[in-house]
Design a protein. Sequence first.
Length: 123
Amino acid sequence: MIKVLVFIFIAELWNAAGHVCFTKGTNNLALEPLRSFNGAAAFFGKVIRQKMIWAGILALTIGLVVWIMALSNGELSYVYPIGSFQYVMIMIAARMFLNEKIDWMKLLGTLLVVAGIIVIAVS
């Protein structure tokens, strides 16, 4: 049980890191060129040259491997809902690394997710 929780925590930490990397990697990319095939190809070329995008892919890949380890040691109906802790991690990471604001609605929603995680964890 503890081993599964550790796997979930590590997987979600890597997933949150991956999403932060994706956001940092896409901050300078404009969607305007997507109106034509050439524009879309140029946009894709810019995307694949972003180091933070590759860091995000690596982080998500590591998170996927650890997630599979969690699933192999626990029941899906337990592991998947506990994985919702990622919402909490992403909110904290967005505040810390992307300087995003946390308003009361985000905080309330996240607290409701945490309450749901607690209910599932003790069941």
